[in-house]
Design a binder for this molecule. Structure first.
Ligand code: P6P
Length: 343
């Protein structure tokens, strides 16, 4: 009997389809010496829910699931039907996956106890960010943070398990439902991006080892709120205009963040009269993107300190957010600090 070594056949007849998310997760699992695969399974559960939400968002106009749901969430914001659907999909996937003991969701007033005290992880999630853009076919996104519980496995969850600073995240990511659907995440070993191939129902590695340009010429801020800015913000935006930077603001945090991450730029959402603590939520928006920014060589601050160092004091607390290329964030802080009025 002849035995021959396998020789990968790279003829043009059958191009490689690339590395699937599942295979990438398995390959990278070795970076967690003590992991027994729970985090890998949790990431797969999130990817499954993302595929389902992708399908729902793509057919919203045809399936009568666009538009308002008719209720407001704990934020006082009008829920869109897809907000509710996305929340159901991610909660169900995380509950059935068996790795999670508690969930903090933008769409839930309280912490959700999955009654799974053996679960090792806690997830904080904005199931569908940018809702106001859903019905006009503009990119929207999901943002998630993953923490290891602080209390012993097997014991009931406590506030200590969910009120963790961003520095303690074990993984974080976002899904961008845009011209293509992408999943971008980090487990603390760099940032990798995967593009969804709908014909195969798989995410494939398309953006390995993402590193943010340390500088850029794009600024993202809602200029309609200009009259509510403090002097520091006004001075920085004036400086951006003086340098002929490009103003790009989609109104979906994930889309603005993703573009600035790849091309270089800064996103700013300062405190305003309407939102004196800022608009964006610390636990399930700012922390996740700050972890990704940190891993990609970018920065995220509330104007005074790193987002990742903020100790949460309330489930849905908000924070000013200035995030993007390191040189731009540092320069913003300098200009704003000179004015001594930051947030
Ligand atoms: P504004 C969407 O509601 C969101 O949370 C972010 O995705 C987005 O960047 C921001 O708010 C838009 O807020 O006040 O400019 O409409």
């Amino acid at each position: 009997m002849k035995i021959l070594p396998y020789e990968p056949d790279n003829t043009s007849l059958a191009y490689s389809v690339g590395t699937t998310l599942d295979r990438f997760i398995k390959l990278k699992q070795s970076e967690f010496p003590f992991a027994s695969g729970e985090l890998s399974q949790l990431l797969r559960d999130i990817a499954l829910a993302a595929k389902i939400v992708n399908r729902e968002t793509n057919r919203a106009g045809l399936a009568n699931i666009g538009g308002a749901f008719g209720q407001t969430n704990v934020q006082g914001e009008e829920q869109q039907k897809l907000d509710v659907i996305a929340n159901i999909r991610f909660m169900r996937a995380l509950s059935k996956g068996g790795e999670v003991c508690a969930i903090v969701s933008e769409e839930e007033d309280s912490v959700i106890d999955l009654q799974n005290n053996s679960g090792k992880y806690v997830v904080a999630i904005d199931p569908l960010d940018g809702s106001s853009n859903i019905d006009v076919n503009i990119s929207i996104g999901t943002i998630f943070s993953i923490y290891r519980r602080k209390t012993p496995q097997g014991s009931p969850i406590t506030e200590e398990d969910v009120m963790q600073p961003g520095r303690d995240q074990v993984a974080a990511g976002y899904v961008l439902y845009g011209s293509s659907t992408m999943l971008v995440y980090t487990t603390g070993h760099g940032v990798n991006g995967f593009t969804y191939e709908t014909s195969l129902g798989e995410f494939f590695l398309s953006h390995p080892s993402i590193k943010a340009p340390d500088n850029g010429k794009i600024y993202s801020i809602n200029e309609g709120l200009q009259n509510q800015w403090n002097e520091g913000i006004k001075d920085y935006i004036d400086e951006c205009k003086r340098r002929d930077y490009a103003a790009r603001y989609i109104g979906s945090l994930v889309a603005d963040f993703h573009r600035n991450l790849l091309k270089g730029g800064i996103y700013l959402y300062p405190a305003t009269h309407k939102n004196p603590e800022g608009k964006l939520r610390l636990l399930y928006e700012a922390n996740a993107l700050a972890f990704i920014a940190d891993q990609a060589g970018a920065l995220a601050t509330n104007g005074k300190e790193s987002i990742l160092d903020l100790q949460p004091t309330a489930l849905h607390q908000r924070t000013p957010l200035f995030i993007g290329s390191s040189k731009m964030v540092r320069e913003f802080e300098q200009i704003a600090k000179d004015k001594k009025v930051l947030v």
